[in-house]
Design a protein around this ligand. Structure first.
Ligand SMILES: Cc1ncc(COP(=O)(O)O)c(C=O)c1O
Length: 433
């Protein structure tokens, strides 16, 4: 019998939950200290310690805690100085906040395709989408795996564009040994409950360009120079610029500090489960039943997401239903922005979105959390294999009924003509993360 690993019976009746936010014992201790200090609003000692930790571990010039990655992106859009008529190139396969932040400034998101092997923005598509109106590129490091930063940095330099990394999922991930979030002029991180390291809701803006630092402080604190007063540089603060209240309370920062201090162990544990899944589904990929994530050389990831790509949209529909029957939460991910009402209203498509359509209609994610018990991982693996085998048998039966012979001799369902997901499988095996 499957043990109940659900933590929120109102949200889902799954016995094996997709995510279980990690919680240590230090969180409560730090929160008690924050309460005892009497300083509960923002920018106290716990916030300062989170900033120091982030600067040390992401190599950014200045880190600023925000209430979410969404608000960090909104700060980035203000700092980018974009407005009506400006264009910002980003993947269509992302969360709404990546685009919404720029739409709030009146700019147009230009939605481009992803690399089918990584689900990360395709640099060739980025370059093709650039016009005289383009002001910035916003790569999203999907599943905590780095985009092709060599190519993207070169494109941004060549065209004089800002690079703003949406590193919502990528804390502690690196590209050629360098932390994600440190390549662009700006980077953003999420500490939402669904992320490896969380404060329930939370985020950070990483500022790498020294020219943007002072304005970032002002924007984060209601458009005032309160930070200068706190540093003793002025004796009273005043309204200087646009801004909002983007900073979290000390209680949130205290919780987050404990999570940051545990984040190496969290990533280690998640990578272990990630690897177990990856090994378990190698044969399924070899048979053409699924496509597994590809980790390009030079990328160290944080084990944020383990996903599989099914051979067709119909196969994913059956897969989702069968996993639900088995009490295992294995959700799909983004609805591509170009397919959403607001994406159609505010955005513009830049080129073909073939790989995005595939990710949007065939990708599923497997349960993954820190310290996931080995028997739970084994149950998920066994049930995924059971469902894949059922799909394979159904597909073979269909072929027999339609009189289609398997001329290629492979013991696997043949994708329909347009369903070439598995044809994209990289031939190079993924290195250990
Ligand atoms: C790529 C990406 N950007 C931004 C966000 C928004 O993060 P938050 O919930 O912290 O606002 C998410 C959320 O999952 C995300 O996946």
């Amino acid at each position: 019998m499957i043990q109940n690993y659900g933590d929120d019976q109102h949200r889902s009746r799954a016995s094996i939950q997709f995510n279980r936010p990690s919680l240590g014992t230090t969180e409560l201790r730090y929160i008690s200290q924050a309460l005892a200090s009497g300083h509960r609003h923002g920018d106290g000692s716990f916030t300062a310690r989170c900033h120091e930790w982030l600067v040390a571990r992401t190599n950014c010039r200045v880190a600023l805690l925000t209430t979410s990655c969404t608000t960090a992106l909104e700060m980035a859009a203000i700092l980018a100085g974009v407005g009506p008529g400006d264009e910002v190139v980003m993947p269509s396969y992302t969360f709404v906040s990546t685009a919404n932040a720029f739409v709030l400034r009146g700019a147009t998101p230009v939605l481009v395709d992803v690399d089918p092997a990584t689900q990360n923005i395709d640099p060739e598509q980025v370059e093709r989408a650039i016009t005289p109106r383009t002001k910035a590129i916003v790569p999203v490091h999907y599943a905590g795996v780095a985009c092709d930063m060599d190519a993207l940095c070169a494109i941004a330099r060549r065209h004089g564009l800002l690079l703003i990394e949406d590193a919502a999922q990528a804390l502690l991930s690196t590209y050629r040994g360098r932390p994600l979030g440190s390549f662009g002029q700006l980077g953003t991180i999420s500490f939402h409950d669904t992320k490896n390291t969380s404060s329930g809701e939370g985020g950070a803006l990483l500022v790498n360009d020294p020219a943007l630092v002072e304005r970032a402080y002002v924007i984060r604190d209601k458009g005032t120079n309160r930070h200068q007063m706190l540093r003793g540089e002025v004796d009273k603060y005043t309204w200087c610029d646009v801004g909002s209240s983007f900073l979290p309370s000390e209680v949130t920062a205290a919780f987050l500090l404990a999570q940051l201090e545990a984040s190496d162990a969290t990533a280690e544990s998640r990578r272990h489960t990630w690897q177990t899944y990856h090994r378990a589904f190698a044969a399924a990929e070899a048979q053409g039943l699924v496509r597994r994530p590809f980790i390009p050389p030079g990328c160290e990831h944080n084990g944020h997401i383990y996903y599989l790509i099914l051979p067709s949209t119909a196969a994913r529909g059956v897969f989702l239903a069968r996993m639900k029957e088995r009490g295992i939460s294995a959700p799909f991910h983004y609805v591509p922005l170009h397919d959403s009402p607001a994406g159609r209203r505010f955005g513009r498509v830049g080129g073909s979105l073939a790989a995005t359509e595939i990710a949007g209609s065939r990708l599923i994610r497997l349960p993954l959390w820190r310290d996931m018990p080995a028997e739970v991982v084994s149950t998920v693996i066994a049930e995924v294999w059971n469902v894949l085998t059922e799909l394979k048998i159904a597909s073979l039966a269909e072929e027999d009924a339609s009189g289609v012979s398997r001329a290629d001799g492979r013991d696997a369902p043949r994708p329909a003509a347009a369903d070439t997901a598995c044809a994209h499988s990289p031939s190079t095996p993924a290195p250990a993360p």
